[in-house]
Design a protein around this ligand. Structure first.
Ligand SMILES: Cc1cc2nc3c(=O)[nH]c(=O)nc-3n(C[C@H](O)[C@H](O)[C@H](O)COP(=O)(O)O)c2cc1C
Length: 159
């Protein structure tokens, strides 16, 4: 078994609790706001063994948090109380055996400079989740889309 495979399949010592929510900003987030949230979250989440991603596109905010259930719930309570945004819907809260966002203590992505097809897909999925039954699990396809978006700006520019 390769080292990479072992890393991806890393067994957790406890069940992973995954929580996804949608919110909207009270006033539009600037790049400086996002940098501030990211810089504080990376260290704080690392300490809590929480991983996740946060995507912000205008009025649409989506965050996924993963980790030990009590750690995720405690962090979510703080985030929910944050006056910079209003949580509008908890989309899913489920237990899983694996982390989907294994190495990301928190990746924060505004969508400036992202190709239009990503913007459209994100808006479409966000609106779908907004209107879906609460507590439905987040699909792997959606998580893959969010990961693609979150990683986009870290790719080298096209020649
Ligand atoms: C949209 C959004 C996402 C956030 N995500 C995180 C996060 O993943 N981790 C974190 O520690 N703080 C996050 N924060 C900041 C928290 O709401 C809060 O300010 C932070 O936990 C500091 O709280 P404390 O000063 O009571 O410790 C987020 C804030 C917003 C508005």
């Amino acid at each position: 078994m390769s080292l990479l495979w072992e890393t991806i399949q890393k067994e957790e010592d406890y069940p992973i609790f995954r929580l996804t929510y949608l919110s909207k900003p009270v006033k539009p987030f600037t790049d400086a706001d996002l940098d501030d949230i990211e810089s504080k979250s990376v260290e704080a989440n690392n300490t809590r063994d929480v991983t996740g991603l946060l995507i912000v596109n205008g009025d649409r905010i989506l965050q996924i948090l993963e980790g030990r259930e009590d750690a995720v719930r405690e962090l979510y309570a703080k985030i929910e109380a944050d006056s910079r945004h209003t949580v509008i819907k908890q989309v899913c809260a489920v237990e899983d055996e694996v982390r989907l966002l294994l190495t990301w203590s928190m990746v924060v992505r505004g969508l400036t400079g992202i190709p239009p097809h990503f913007l459209e897909q994100f808006a479409q999925v966000y609106d779908e989740l907004l209107h879906a039954e609460p507590q439905s699990e987040i699909s792997i396809d959606h998580v893959d889309l969010f990961k693609g978006i979150a990683l986009f700006e870290t790719l080298p520019p096209q020649a």
